[in-house]
Ligand binder design. Structure first.
Ligand code: GDP
Ligand code: ZN
Length: 300
């Protein structure tokens, strides 16, 4: 039996496109109903006699998962084995920095690189209105890039920042995510957007989710689920771990288990008072704690 390690590079409900260890791409089906591979998964696949389809027989343990609750309240996995999250804001629609903070918090808690990209700088004159906010993200340790997907300014810098990682690009609708992906990939996604319909069902198979190769190596995962992704934390207690400046200052709090809300001797609250932590980021932290508590009590 011929078998190979492979990576799932596109999913179309129960059909998948794989890149085999030798670089070839093949279509595949899934063995059994319990296996649920997603984009980014490393799998074991085997040849099916007399067919061009391969069969996915197992999924390797995942380094991480991007998840969200589905409509029935269960957790749906959108993608796996991600290395980098790019949170996009833009000159328009008006940036909602709280949303950017939620994405960065989720990235930090997943242990992946969180990058902030500010798009549509062609609509602004220098200094741009978001400079203060962007400088603060840089100060606390997140890489920041300014770009225009319209004229291409800054796109090469984003390519360098994300390098050969497996990246997801998130942000409010209309900020320019698709335009940025197009620029980064030089239109490569058109090549993977079709899967041959050898199942004989004659239906048009629509793509759910796809990993788009980048010229410098690496991939961007594009999927409707990732585009609408709203991260949820498992517990409000975790939220502080998603804020770099809070993590850095928390060792100076009087109580080791300080939640940085109402406790005396809290280094985060004094940091907000002396300006070393911005009141806006602290506000995002408190909103995420509240939101997570409401979600966990089923009040949302
Ligand atoms: P998405 O919803 O985040 O994927 O955003 P799109 O890529 O679909 O872009 C939304 C709109 O913004 C489209 O009309 C784009 O042409 C426009 N757009 C994207 N990038 C830029 C940019 O850098 N400058 C300007 N002026 N418009 C842009
Ligand atoms: Zn504290």
């Amino acid at each position: 039996m011929t078998q190979s390690d492979a990576t799932v590079i596109a999913t179309y409900s129960r059909r998948m496109r794989l890149r085999l260890a030798d670089g070839h791409e093949v279509d595949a089906r899934i063995k059994g109903k319990r296996l649920k591979p997603v984009c980014g998964d490393r799998v074991m696949a085997e040849v099916i006699d007399n067919e061009t389809d391969w069969l996915i027989s197992s999924i390797a343990p995942r380094r991480n998962e991007l998840t969200r609750p589905d409509r029935r309240g269960r957790t749906e996995v959108l993608a796996a084995n991600i290395d980098c999250l790019v949170a996009v804001a833009a000159a328009e629609p008006k940036p909602d920095w709280y949303i950017i903070d939620r994405y960065l918090c989720a990235a930090e808690l997943m242990g992946i690189v969180g990058v902030v990209v500010y798009n549509k700088i062609d609509l602004e004159t220098s200094p741009i209105t978001a400079d203060e906010e962007l400088a603060n993200y840089e100060r606390i340790g997140h890489a920041v890039a300014r770009c225009s997907a319209s004229d291409g300014t800054g796109i090469a810098e984003i390519g360098t920042l994300i390098g050969n990682r497996c990246t997801i690009i998130v942000g409010q609708s209309g900020v320019g995510k698709s335009s940025i992906i197009n620029r980064l990939s030089s239109g490569a996604q058109q090549r993977v957007a079709t899967i041959s319909d050898k199942s004989g069902e004659g239906r048009h198979t629509t793509v759910n989710s796809v990993m788009i190769p980048l010229p410098q190596g690496g991939y961007v995962i594009d999927s409707p689920g990732v585009r609408d992704y709203a991260p949820a934390l498992e517990s409000a207690r975790n939220a502080a771990g998603g804020f770099r400046e809070i993590v850095a200052a928390a060792q100076r709090c009087r109580f080791a288990n300080c939640q940085h809300l109402r406790e005396p001797g809290c280094a985060i609250k004094s940091g907000v008072e002396d300006g070393s932590i911005t009141a806006r980021r602290y506000e995002s932290y408190k909103r995420i704690v509240n939101l997570t508590e409401q979600l966990s009590e089923g009040r949302y």
